[in-house]
Design a protein. Structure first.
Length: 113
């Protein structure tokens, strides 16, 4: 199995956080978070868009099992995935912003390409 960043969280908390971030990214197109969270979110978002590109019932059910909201899954399959049909991966980009004022964590913008 591939190496997984633990992000200083218990498994259930980490999975819920990543699911929420993927959902927010698909809904808004851009989120601001720490660099390590952005990289993990990027992995899962690319997997969701790949499911959307497949477009079959099984892929839709897999996406529904991961994402919380039905309208986000519909947006993924109807609006977002068709834009990336010609693209083989790399659907998101991480832009580093620098340290956060409060605690010095490296911040980044994660956005859809």
């Amino acid at each position: 199995m591939a190496k997984l960043r633990k992000l200083g969280r218990r498994t259930d908390h980490r999975q819920a956080m990543l699911r929420n971030q993927v959902q927010s990214l698909l809904e808004n197109g851009r989120i601001t978070t720490t660099v390590t969270r952005a990289k993990e979110t990027q992995r899962m978002t690319d997997k969701m868009i790949t499911l959307g590109k497949k477009g079959n019932l099984h892929a839709k059910r897999q996406a529904m099992a991961y994402l919380y909201r039905r309208d986000i899954v519909e947006k993924l399959f109807v609006e977002l995935a068709p834009k990336y049909l010609e693209r083989n991966g790399g659907y998101t980009r991480v832009i580093k912003l620098g340290p956060r004022r409060g605690d010095g964590s490296e911040m980044a913008i994660l956005e859809l390409v």
